[in-house]
Design a protein around this ligand. Structure first.
Ligand SMILES: [Ca+2]
Ligand SMILES: [Ca+2]
Length: 504
């Protein structure tokens, strides 16, 4: 097995930042919004300008109102002793008003702010590096959140959005926390988790068991409102699951996400004793399920990749309704690639559940507990179809968890992509539309369909409950400080996070 970063790249200008910054500028020009700065050499008694920045994100939050942007300069922000309160390093309660009047907490230009919570003193109850409590319409971008400690038996989150609604989490790097990297709990949905990484999170001291709760990403406990979407995210070497939406009462969409090596102690192939180790844990309400809503939400996982997880790549987790699993690739997961274990509440018995189309399983037990599941048109259930290494361009994981592209999107790799001669090309049927057109199997289509029709693209950003930020194509960035000075005239250079995930 080989897992390593790809080559480092120079990160260029991110046009999406330009658009939103321009929006902030417009708002500021109209006298309705402010731009603040936070820097490691700042002071919270400063006015928060570029020249006289605040020292703490907390101060930026406390000062900001709807429409404002808090830019965070590069460098490491360390926490020693008490944080904002006994359960959080930074405690957020503020809200924006709408998609165009969010409160933005963004890395400044091409800089990389790192929030190292290792010295934070927390109570023993569930805590977080950044706790969001009841916020709406926030936007986080380009922050690294790490090393939230675990002084007691509770798992502590990198970011704990309990709750947050209509909030964007983009290009965040959440790692080495003693609990989930990002957990969204409750709220009224509409959140977008876009191009984020969560890795090496591990909760050895949890009273529920060593490693039981450190998921990469979790979405739970929402009972009303629009869906939350996770797109372009990666989760690896977390001690529990990569993605987990147990006890989530509104349908979640997970697309174009990758995960691996969950369930192991970070950086090793030693299982975390109580870590569940599923790549995508798609719902669930206990076994047998209790207190589930009517109707039970059908989650969707599509165009996703799972490999080398301790348990299964994709797991129905007793969810008592058929989730959708479309065009996923699952490779060499330890227990099975697709564990279809659901629960038939009518019969009060375990049952295979889920609707599986165009999925690929390779090099492991393809399915487990599938009796009763609606599976057809997958690599394992088509007569005469076998899957071999030659169906893929590469089985080399190099670069899979390496640097992202300048716009934050996933890196170009050959891993598990279909080879030109793959038997998996054109063997499926469009599962989302009703066109009946042939499609390729797995997470990565080889090319145009055999009939020449372009393959579908991932759903646009606006599918996420009215969220539209992050797709702009501006090329000009003006940033003004509180006095109205234009701080720079950056035209086509600058921003974007430089992601260099540490692979150990
Ligand atoms: Ca668990
Ligand atoms: Ca979990």
């Amino acid at each position: 097995m080989r897992i390593e970063s790809g080559p480092k790249k120079n990160m260029g200008y991110n046009p999406r930042m330009g658009m939103a910054a321009a929006l902030c500028l417009l708002a500021f020009s109209a006298g309705r919004a402010a731009v603040y700065f936070v820097a490691t050499n700042g002071s919270d008694s400063n006015p928060g300008t570029l020249d006289q920045p605040f020292a703490s994100l907390q101060k930026g939050h406390d000062r900001a109102v709807a429409g404002d942007t808090v830019f965070i300069r590069g460098g490491t922000y360390t926490f020693r002793g008490a944080g904002a309160n006994s359960n959080a390093g930074v405690y957020m309660t503020k809200s924006g008003q709408s998609d165009s009047r969010r409160i933005c907490f963004w890395a400044y230009k091409n800089e990389r702010p790192v929030f190292d919570f290792s010295g934070l003193r927390l109570a023993g109850t569930t805590s977080a590096g950044i706790r969001i409590n009841g916020s709406n319409w926030l936007y986080f971008k380009g922050l690294e959140i790490c090393n939230v400690p675990q002084p007691g038996g509770a798992a502590n989150n990198g970011i704990w959005a309990n709750p947050a609604s209509n909030t964007i989490f983009e290009m965040l790097d959440l790692h080495d926390n003693r609990g989930p990297g990002l957990s969204i709990a409750g709220g009224t949905g509409g959140n977008l988790v876009l191009n984020c990484d969560s890795h090496h999170n591990y909760d050895p001291g949890s009273t529920q068991g060593d490693g039981q709760n450190a998921d990469g990403f979790g979405v739970h406990f929402q009972t009303s409102g629009p869906s939350t979407v996770l797109r372009g995210c990666r989760a690896w070497w977390n001690s529990d699951d990569g993605f987990d939406c147990i006890h989530q009462g509104v349908a979640v969409t997970v697309e174009n996400c990758w995960n691996a090596l969950n369930g192991y102690k970070p950086g090793t192939m030693v299982g975390a004793p109580s870590g569940n180790g599923n790549g995508f844990k798609v719902g669930g309400w206990g076994n047998p399920p209790t207190n589930y809503p009517n109707p039970v939400p059908r989650h969707t996982v599509r165009n996703c990749l799972a490999f080398f997880n301790k348990a299964s790549g994709f797991y129905q987790n007793h969810q008592p309704i058929d989730n959708y699993y479309y065009n996923n690739t699952s490779y060499k997961n330890n227990s099975s690639n697709f564990n279809m274990l659901g629960y038939d509440v009518g019969k009060k018995a375990d049952a295979g559940m889920g609707i599986y189309r165009n999925n690929v399983s390779f090099s492991a037990t393809a399915t487990a507990n599938g009796n009763g599941a609606d599976a057809s048109g997958n690599s394992w259930d088509m007569p005469g179809l076998t899957v071999a290494a030659s169906d893929f361009e590469s089985l080399d994981t190099a670069g899979v968890f390496g640097p992202r592209k300048p716009d934050g999107s996933l890196p170009d790799v050959k891993f598990m992509h279909l080879s030109a001669t793959s038997n998996l090309i054109g063997k499926g049927k469009d599962a989302i539309g009703s066109s009946g057109k042939a499609v390729d199997l797995g997470a990565f289509a080889f090319g145009p369909y055999p009939d020449g029709v372009a393959r579908p693209k991932p759903s646009p950003e606006k599918s996420a409950g009215g969220l539209s930020r992050g797709t702009g194509a501006g090329s000009h960035q003006d940033i003004f400080d509180l006095s109205g000075r234009n701080l720079d005239k950056v035209k086509t250079k600058g921003p974007a996070m430089l992601f260099t995930p540490v692979l150990r």
